[in-house]
Design a protein around this ligand. Structure first.
Ligand SMILES: C[S@@+](CC[C@H](N)C(=O)[O-])C[C@H]1O[C@@H](n2cnc3c(N)ncnc32)[C@H](O)[C@@H]1O
Length: 302
């Protein structure tokens, strides 16, 4: 199923896109935001679209065919400053970062993003570089794993989960989603154990989801990428240009909030709204994924 862009109208309004604007979409995914942005900026606009996932770039290449207004870049948005010269733009009027994972990535069981899937524990958004989740589970010490689950998953059973993983891997390597799932179950009381096919709402709150989130953040170094991506984007905005970030959990939102506040205090930027925008009830009913989305936008002063 194609990824449904979240807070779409809110993004278009808050970025104040005008015909002819030069825009960066740092997270193309299924191309939904990009498609709507292209419509707004009209025939004289330009869109530079990044995604670190080669599948997303392939999909967007097919979607936008030969639209001369769009440049597709297979890169992590954290490298914007390094590749900027190659993009042949002077600066951006607006940048969007819709971070996290796409429905396409989640649905592809082979990539190991979902604890309800059955594939290998990979979780790399760019499968061409870096360590897989299964490598972290093999190579990290018990203390490192507990810290990872605690800091990136805010999981209070972090120590218990780390212990059971280290005990399990002594005789059985954790290579697949199923392997990790079975190991985690050993650390849970019976009423919390997961049965495949159970209510999806219940599955969302299952403790393993936090472990999966923590591993994904660790594998893709998502929080550092976000910090670097925001500063690269802010640097390459025109004065009066806007940066919008959509985040999906409190760890990310805290980083965005703090950075935007700092720019606001330094009078380098102006917050477009104090509180983040969230999805309306009607959008949440239509797209449950939008329930945790938060949009913050800043306008660059200098
Ligand atoms: C939530 S989806 C974006 C959905 C998109 N806005 C749409 O309308 O379909 C996130 C996408 O951003 C990509 N991504 C996440 N972090 C990234 C990063 N640091 N650099 C580049 N792409 C990233 C993921 O690979 C994924 O395809």
């Amino acid at each position: 199923m194609r990824h449904k862009p979240v807070l779409l109208q809110e993004v278009l309004d808050a970025l104040a896109l005008k015909p002819g604007a030069v825009v960066m979409d740092g997270t193309l995914g299924g191309g939904g935001h990009a498609e709507a942005i292209l419509e707004k900026i009209g025939p004289s606009g330009k869109l530079v679209g990044f995604d670190q996932d080669p599948d997303a770039i392939r999909r967007c290449r097919a979607l936008f065919e030969k639209d001369p207004r769009i440049v597709l870049v297979h890169e992590n948005f954290r490298n914007l400053d390094k590749v900027f010269m190659r993009l042949e733009v002077k600066a951006f009027d607006a940048v969007l970062l819709d971070i996290g994972i796409s429905s396409e990535q989640l649905a592809d069981g082979k990539r190991g993003f979902s604890f309800q899937g059955e594939g290998e524990l990979d979780m790399r958004m760019n499968p061409e570089i870096g360590r897989k989740a299964s490598d972290l589970l093999t190579q990290m010490s018990e203390v490192q794993l507990a810290d990872l689950f605690y800091h990136y998953g805010e999981e209070r059973r972090s120590r218990r989960f780390a212990k059971v993983i280290v005990e399990t891997r002594r005789h059985h390597p954790l290579k697949t989603v199923e392997d990790l799932h079975q190991a985690l179950e050993k650390a849970l009381p019976s009423h919390l154990r997961f049965e495949k096919g159970k209510r999806p709402g219940w599955a969302r709150r299952h403790p393993a989801t936090k472990v999966f989130q923590a591993l994904r953040i660790g594998v893709n170094d998502e929080l550092e990428a976000l910090k670097e991506g925001m500063s690269g984007a802010f640097k390459h905005l025109v004065p009066g240009g806007r940066l919008g970030v959509i985040s999906f959990h409190s760890l990310e939102d805290r980083i965005v909030k703090q950075q935007f506040r700092a720019w606001d205090l330094e009078e380098r930027g102006k917050l477009i709204f104090r509180k983040p925008l969230v999805a309306k009830r009607s959008e949440i009913l239509n797209n449950p994924r939008s329930r945790s989305a938060k949009l913050r936008v800043i306008e660059k002063i200098s």
